[in-house]
Ligand binder design. Structure first.
Ligand SMILES: [Ca+2]
Length: 203
């Protein structure tokens, strides 16, 4: 049900983007993981560390982490969280949660991907060392720009996502449209995410 709602809302966003030219500039220069992680080391989903505090900007999460240890959460298998006032990601809490999410995302072919997020509250996404989405403050549900991202080398790329939920409702969704694709963006699928337990990928 939630994906149906998300798809309907995203269609509005896409239309809005097309009418206003509200797509972001092409991003390039993303660095793939070197060396590529071994298939035998990878586990499903993205690793996550939670920090329980009132955050108002994603930049406050690494500052807080200098002084307070986080709590390892269950891996996040897919970023399709549109949960109203329910649990924030895999934290088991409904409010006042910061998340430092790390792992790898697989781009299976070279070409230009269109990436978008919907978030509530703040989000800061970097892939391969390049900031892709930055909407760091407190806000209700809203979509990012549609961001074209050039991938020259297929494979695994380090992903680092800072996110927090302050109060009431929370949303965290990541969409893409693969090269040559047409129509609506889809959730980035589970098979495109992985992490190595205990590792902090450099990004
Ligand atoms: Ca909220």
């Amino acid at each position: 049900m939630r994906s149906v709602i998300a798809t309907a809302l995203l269609a509005c966003s896409l239309t809005f983007g097309a009418i206003t030219g509200n797509a972001a500039d092409l991003l390039s220069g993303l660095k793939s993981a070197t060396p590529q992680p071994g298939a035998g080391d990878l586990r499903p989903g993205l690793g996550v560390t939670y920090y329980y505090n009132v955050f108002n900007d994603t930049s406050e999460i690494p500052d807080w982490a200098k002084y307070k240890d986080g709590v390892k959460g269950e891996p996040i298998l897919i970023l399709d969280y549109f949960v109203g006032d329910g649990d924030v990601l895999t934290s088991g809490r409904v409010d006042e949660v910061g998340a430092d999410i790390r792992g790898y995302i697989s781009f299976p072919v070279a070409g230009t991907y269109t990436i978008a997020m919907r978030s509530n509250d703040g989000v800061d996404l970097k892939i391969g060392g390049v900031r892709i989405v930055h909407d760091p403050g407190v806000h209700s549900d809203r979509f990012s720009e549609l961001t074209p991202v050039e991938i020259t080398t297929p494979g695994w790329y380090p992903l680092h996502l800072l996110y927090f939920e302050k109060r009431v409702t929370s949303t965290l969704e990541l969409y893409w449209l693969k090269p040559g694709g047409s129509g609506q963006l889809d959730f980035v699928p589970e098979e495109a995410f992985a992490h190595i337990p205990g590792e902090v990928p450099q990004n």
